[in-house]
Ligand binder design. Structure first.
Ligand code: NAI
Ligand code: 15L
Length: 272
């Protein structure tokens, strides 16, 4: 059901970074109804055959001038672009840390008032799976990638406090067609729920800087979204339908990070 607080439903021009990636491809299709023009951007090549209402603007997020030009003329930004797994710091620095700063600087310069930032559960990855968190829990990043998302959330808060640019930072759990392992039974976010959440993030009238956990209505969850109730996000899917398939996988050892930490294997990657 739609959020009664959700106002306008179509933006003149919406920027989608990371459009060539896994979630970018999904949202390229699903965000079309919410924008007259969807501006698609990535450093990687993508299907350049633009459909009606699409435009493709290639860009390296590490290039400040290029990002400035990318953001010009846009009304809102869904920022998915960047390194999406644990990588050496220098790579994360360019794409994620400089990248997110460039996005907000460009938003400030061009008067963009709403950003949806693809943060990650890896900002809190070092909590145990036995712990339950809301959005106010202190962050415990589980690597350079998690640190970059934590920085992004701080940048979002700063640009709201200083310039009034509103952001929803979605701490996405695991958004794939289906949960791939036992850990993802808790962290899974279906594409349908991701799309609904994006719509809430873009159109809820006042969000300030909201942090929301991106998860479906899974049975055993670690996260509490009460601090983001104003978004009116009510997930429809649950990982339960995949339980039999997931539990047919070999058991995970009790001392495996995948069985201990919310961030799973990310907590044990590197040093590079
Ligand atoms: P992905 O790795 O498939 O897509 C990321 C895209 O960013 C890629 O197409 C890549 O070419 C682009 N990119 C990387 N460096 C760039 C640069 N310097 N300039 C411009 N573009 C660059 O990742 P996915 O799964 O689609 O995730 C999208 C976003 O959501 C990412 O920010 C990721 O960190 C975040 N996220 C995703 C989760 C998931 O379960 N899929 C979970 C948590 C967070
Ligand atoms: C993420 O942040 C990654 O981008 C994604 O590829 C998954 O690994 C996800 O977290 C997860 O924790 O399952």
């Amino acid at each position: 059901m739609s959020n009664p607080n959700t106002a306008a439903r179509k933006l003149p021009r919406l920027l989608l970074t990371g459009a060539a990636g896994g979630l970018g491809k999904v949202l390229r299709e699903r965000l079309k109804p919410y924008a007259d023009i969807l501006r698609l951007s990535d450093i990687a090549g993508m299907d350049a055959a633009t459909g009606p209402g699409e435009e493709v603007v290639p860009c390296n997020l590490a290039d400040k001038q290029a990002v400035d030009a990318l953001v010009a003329g846009c009304d809102a930004i869904v920022h998915l672009g960047g390194v999406s797994v644990e990588r050496p710091f220098e790579e994360v620095l360019e794409a994620n840390i400089k990248g997110v700063f460039h996005i907000y600087e460009a938003a400030r310069r061009h008067g963009v008032k709403r950003v949806v930032f693809a943060s990650s559960n890896h900002v809190i990855g070092f909590y145990k799976q036995s712990e339950h968190l809301d959005a106010h829990a202190a962050r415990r990043p589980d690597g350079y990638y998690g640190l970059s998302k934590s920085f992004g959330e701080d940048v979002a808060q700063f640009y709201f406090d200083r310039y009034g640019i509103e952001t929803v930072s979605i701490r996405i759990g695991s958004s794939f067609p289906e949960p791939l392992n036992r850990r993802m039974m808790s962290t899974w976010l279906s594409y349908r729920d991701l799309t609904t959440l994006m719509e809430k993030c873009l159109f809820t009238p006042e969000v300030k800087h909201t942090v929301v956990y991106g998860m479906s209505a899974n049975k055993d969850v670690w996260w509490d979204n009460s601090a983001a109730a104003h978004l009116g996000f009510v997930p429809q899917d649950s990982s339960e339908v995949f339980r039999e398939k997931v539990e047919a996988q070999p058991p995970v050892a009790a001392d495996d990070p995948n069985a201990i930490y919310q961030g799973g294997a990310f907590t044990a990657q590197g040093p590079f």
